[in-house]
Design a protein around this ligand. Structure first.
Ligand code: SF4
Ligand code: SF4
Length: 694
């Protein structure tokens, strides 16, 4: 009876403490700004089943994925056994379920628990070996200081101890059953703990009963401890991964939100009589502290497993920069917990003179990000460190007017010239000299329609190297008799570099100007050779009133080839040539266009060679996120050099690209490696023009 009372008190205490702690976590998450996420519910459930339950993302690396699956599934299912243990504890019974379930079924589940317990045990031992013997680098990065490493070790040891206690308890029970000792009646099948019989058989029945009781109590007290420990640990992801995946962003990875408060101000600046819907969450622009992030970003921070997959894929981190996306998440959680403790002590209006930006995350970290989305792609629980980085950048730029000098220059150029470089807007059409390029204004004036609007972009208009790409694509359009037109001098920067640099005002000013022009002409379909323009026009303009069908030129060209409108010469000079393709982050990960450019290359009957990092795993060129306009952040290597080394490994003489920034960065990397003679960077449109001698 005494043991029943003690057990019941422990049980109630553990559950009560867990409930209090979970409420504290929910309170902390709710300190974030409110956002509504309840659309596309069917897709959300499907994603949760595949990613959180099915561990889909983990299987990119099959060996650790399998181990993790054993540990996770085993740990969750074995806890069903707790139902029996808790009932036995409260009512003083022994193996109570055996009396109610059919014998065969009871034997099956107990045997299943044993196999799973063994897999959990083996998985945890291998995980420990990977950490401490193989010393996998991502577990030893700078941010993995004493506590995060100790936390992981505590979790693994606790699981090993719990499983050992569970199996020893069963083993002792089995031997006592075989001796018909006391209340140990025959129940259960023990395929794993039977292996302990030779050892346990040497004990007297009284000693075995003590061992069985010790393991039973040890196991359940361990479970109660663990239940309350996980709240303070990275292991909390076993619970939070499910809602976190459900609430994750379903739109294209390349889409950055458009701040409603900025939209209102921009609309009023452009038209003082405009009607605007007030932002329900005004406040500062961007985020300085955890209160300025939204609740989903804070839930992300609590869901982070600290696995470091994001950091090991981050181009900035790989090349020795200060930035680590895992640290961004760990810092956000640490600051949030600090804020929570402050509120508990001093109330919601406390001040501690600290903030996430500044005290935890530095400017140098933020400006090293190329916005490549590799961290988002890698995360097994769909966490988005990039959204936090961008919100912090927005605060730096819009509230504190702080940005690297080169970026300030880039932004003034956009403001003054409608392009990130100091060129006169009247020079926008110089690329077209000698070509017959129809202007949309003329086409419309004649009462005709253009099948597509060819969006040139600033690089195509002003960068000497990229002008060649634009000319090649225009020649293909003329050759295939596509009715197209360009905006000419009416085109201005889409706002992409300003938006990625955190200047939401400027980005939206540019966007609204372009949307007005495009809507006035009734444009429906846009094709562009720049993935940054493509991403902005396709994903970010709709929120501001610009809705068009937008295609990257690779997809458009691939369709022309598939429809037989564009045919490559049989004996083209690229036939049999080794070509590798570099996935631009804003085409690939941001918009999932992987196959179209490859199919274009295959149409030459070329020898297409993949780099070790390609498609979803592709490595950034180093130019995205406005990096191409500034000096690279301090590190031990340029990102473009790292990528050039991967290009060199393929032995290809041509690296095909579909992005002006990738072209610039890779040209630079190839120069740094003295490979100008061996490797040429070419856009896919240039390759087609070369193949068909246009
Ligand atoms: S977006 Fe790319 S550069 Fe930025 S933190 Fe993520 S992986 Fe690193
Ligand atoms: S953000 Fe995701 S990938 Fe990065 S450490 Fe956390 S769980 Fe792992």
């Amino acid at each position: 009876m005494i043991s029943q009372i003690i057990f019941t008190l422990l049980f109630i205490g553990a559950v009560a403490m867990f409930t209090i702690n979970v409420r504290m976590v929910i309170r902390n998450i709710n300190l974030g700004r409110d956002i509504k996420i309840n659309d596309r519910k069917g897709e959300r459930w499907k994603q949760m089943i595949l990613v959180a339950f099915g561990q889909k993302k983990m299987f990119k690396r099959p060996f650790p994925a399998l181990l993790h699956l054993f540990v996770y599934v085993g740990f969750v299912i074995i806890n069903v056994e707790l139902l029996e243990i808790v009932t036995d504890g409260i009512f003083g019974t022994h193996r109570v379920l055996a009396q109610y379930l059919p014998e065969g079924f009871y034997n099956f589940i107990i045997a299943g628990f044993e196999v799973l317990a063994f897999l959990v045990l083996a998985g945890c031992v291998i995980f420990l070996c990977r950490r401490y013997i193989a010393r996998i680098p991502r577990f030893w990065n700078k941010e993995m200081t004493k506590w995060p490493r100790t936390d992981a070790t505590i979790i693994l040891f606790t699981e090993i101890i719990l499983m050992t206690l569970f199996l020893t308890m069963n083993g002792s029970d089995a031997v006592l059953q075989s001796r018909n000792y006391s209340h140990y009646f025959s129940a259960g099948l023990f395929p794993i703990s039977d292996f302990l019989s030779p050892l346990l058989n040497s004990f007297s029945s009284e000693s075995l009963e003590m061992i069985e009781r010790f393991c039973w109590w040890g196991h359940i007290i361990g479970v109660f401890f663990f239940l309350n420990y996980i709240i303070w640990s990275k292991h909390f992801h076993i619970l939070l991964a499910f809602p976190n995946v459900w609430y994750t962003k379903l739109t294209a990875k390349g889409e950055f939100t458009s701040l409603a408060s900025v939209t209102n101000e921009v609309k009023l600046m452009l038209d003082p009589n405009a009607t605007v819907t007030p932002d329900p969450n005004p406040g500062k622009f961007g985020a300085k502290d955890v209160f300025d992030l939204n609740w989903k970003q804070l839930m992300d921070a609590y869901s982070c497993t600290e696995c470091g997959r994001c950091t090991s894929a981050c181009p900035a981190n790989i090349t020795g920069k200060l930035l680590s996306p895992r640290k961004i998440m760990m810092d956000t959680r640490d600051r949030l917990e600090e804020v929570g403790r402050n509120i508990d002590k001093n109330g919601i209006d406390f001040t501690d003179g600290k903030s996430l930006l500044g005290n935890y995350i530095t400017e140098e970290e933020l400006w090293a990000c190329t916005s490549c989305n590799a961290c988002v792609e890698e995360c097994p629980v769909l966490i988005d460190p990039l959204s936090i980085i961008i919100d912090l950048r927005r605060n730096l730029v819009m509230e504190e007017s702080k940005a690297p000098t080169e970026l300030t220059g880039m932004m003034s150029n956009i403001e003054n010239n409608g392009a990130p470089w100091k060129f006169s807007p009247s020079d926008r059409m110089l690329w077209a000299e000698g070509l017959d390029i129809p202007m949309l204004a003329d086409v419309v004036a004649k009462g005709e329609e253009a099948e597509i609007l060819f969006w040139i972009g600033c690089a195509g208009s002003f960068d000497d190297r990229y002008k060649g790409v634009i000319r090649s694509f225009a020649k293909i359009l003329n050759d295939t008799k596509i009715k197209f037109a360009v905006l000419g001098l009416e085109e201005t920067c889409t706002g992409d570099p300003a938006k990625r640099a955190g200047n939401e005002f400027l980005a939206q000013m540019q966007a609204m100007q372009n949307i007005t022009t495009l809507n006035n002409y009734g444009v429906k379909k846009i094709v562009t050779a720049c993935p940054h323009c493509f991403n902005t026009l396709k994903n970010e303009y709709p929120a501001l009133g610009g809705n068009y069908e937008v295609l990257h030129h690779s997809s458009f060209l691939q369709t022309l080839i598939a429809e037989g409108k564009l045919v490559m010469k049989e004996d083209n000079p690229l036939k049999g040539k080794a070509i590798t393709f570099h996935d631009s982050c804003y085409l690939g990960r941001a918009n999932e266009v992987y196959e179209a450019p490859r199919q274009v290359i295959e149409s030459f009957k070329a020898d297409l060679r993949e780099m070790k990092k390609c498609k979803t795993n592709g490595l950034c060129c180093g130019g995205g996120g406005a990096q191409v306009f500034k000096e690279e952040s301090p590190g031990n290597k340029r990102v473009s050099v790292e990528r050039t080394e991967q290009i060199m490994e393929t032995g290809a003489g041509i690296v095909a690209v579909g992005c002006p920034f990738c072209m610039t960065m890779l040209d630079d990397g190839i120069k740094q490696k003295n490979q100008e003679e061996n490797i040429k960077v070419k856009d896919i449109a240039e390759l087609i023009a070369e193949a068909n001698e246009l």
